[in-house]
Ligand binder design. Sequence first.
Ligand SMILES: [Zn+2]
Length: 373
Amino acid sequence: MAVAGAAAALATAKTAQADAPQTLAGGTVFTGDVQGGKPVVSHLNTEDLEPGKIHRLYFRGVERPSGPPCLVSVIVAKGAKPGKRITLTSGVHGDEMSSIRTVQAVMDGLEPAQMSGTVMAAVDIPGPAVESMQRRWPGWGRGAELVDLNREWPGNANGPSTAGRHAALVFEHLLRPNTDFAIDFHTGTTGLDAAAFNIGDRSNPDVKRMMDLFPVGMIWDDPVYPSVLHNALIDVGIPCFTPEIGAARSLNLPMIALFVEGTLNVLKHYGVVPGPLGRTGADVGVFIGDSAFPVLASTGGFVEMQVRLDDMVTAGQQVAVQRNAFGEVVANYASSVAGKVAGFRSDAMAEPGNVLMFILFNSPAAAAEIYPE
Ligand SMILES: [Zn+2]
């Protein structure tokens, strides 16, 4: 029997609001629990929060096998005056630490007394994945399984996937009711380093505008997969895109600073934060491509890159060499396109089929999307 996660959450809510109908515009539901001095909510409406202040709380997600729920750390900077509501999400992939630090740094710099509107941050959305610093959500329903939460949005509160239920709770009770515009921050995945770039669909005018406000060197003009968070938000009318901030598992402080500057530009553009814009994509000569050419390992062995991130390459240019355990060359890899190196494998050993490199370029017919976002 399936039990609706939202209904179960309501049944245990301990406030007078627990019996209120839960519509998208419903009031905040405090569960009555407090963790480390921070209140726990199962539904958030930022309109209920006191203006001119920073609020820190936990959102209650799906239950873990031992009972306690996954708690998502939420920071809300509620401006003194009303205005647009911008949501920043990070850690949807649990190994992407620079995404989390970027959001923290943006929130650190906000002064709610000077703001018109609200900035909400959902910092560590898949708690169990973040704790173990791994990309995927650890589930145990059919033995150990690892689920990519960024293939689950907008989730299903009654579905057979724990990660999908968590996604549905976060989507319907935290993100969707409180957001006019959103940015879902990511990095490369473990084993794959990435340059600084943004992924989004430039046919959406707000997505185009937001991405152009970042002083980073590349934009990949592509919506990518239907089940990623930024597309689930777009499907309900909330413009969103995905920054990629270097490698997984570590903090790239210079790159984080660029994305903080871009995010503050977005907040200024929509009138949430006062002040002049910082540098934008135009100031750094941003390269915009609509396709990513993947270089895939044809065999096993040790791979040595012969180009660097952000390098421009030509069609036919050799980009990597692979050797066996004897040091003998077993493969040479070349780019089939002229473009810019946006990411490459940072783990030196590769198996056949691994993505060794992807090169951002412009194609008359958009190429397959193999970048593992
Ligand atoms: Zn990611």
